[in-house]
Write a protein of this length. Sequence first.
Length: 267
Amino acid sequence: MVVMILTPSLVLPDVNSQISDAFVLISLFAAVFIIVEYGSIYPGLIEFRSAPPFNRVRFLTLFSTLLLIALACANRHDSSLLSRLVLAVGVLLGQSMDFPLSPIRLLMWLLPDGTTLSQAQTVRAAAGIAYLTSLVGLTVFAILIRVRGWPSPTGSFNVWINLPTFDPTAGRDVVKRLNRDGAVNILLGLLLPYLTPPVAVYIANSHGVSMLQSDLMLVWTMSLWAFFPTSLFLRGIAMRRLALMISQKRRRLVSEQGVPDPAFLPA
């Protein structure tokens, strides 16, 4: 966690020393939080804590996004073969995804007046890189679900530890609630790339800041813009997977022992 948070500051050459010190402090707080969460035997704030590789996929997705966008932004100050390659790939990806009604088209349309061609190219490249890493993360998780039988090939899953905010006793059927919550998360994942840019622009204009003022701000803004929808997608897929696992276990109980399906029992 410390390495992930500090990576953009280390890759970019023009980061202010005070900002670097602030990120060091933030990384230490994040490291302590993760240690406490994973060291506790009781539920905390992190979901799917004992159901790897859910959180590992999310971490690697965000870390890859931060690193690659930072390399692309570093090309403007200290050009190297790797930074030029990452920037070129990002530009190609951004141009291929910059079609009408796409989130990238909305993002480019919301850039402030006076944005230079170089800045617009960097933003488009960052958006393309962010979307590519997000799609790779989603694909990897979907493959692992099939290959490894996530979250457990045996069908055992501790809802109390892995879903601390989800109450399985509330409502009539837990399968329906999991499917509904999963669909809501996937829908939010689809809408968030369109909703966050106008909100971010409004907040930035209210406080007189812009992500184009600093490469570090650009890296974090674009990374989080793609990571939050991806995280919601992963959560929605995971919850619907749990619903499928519970329904399959119910059908096995019905076929093997003649136990009536709890979904059809009277309230």
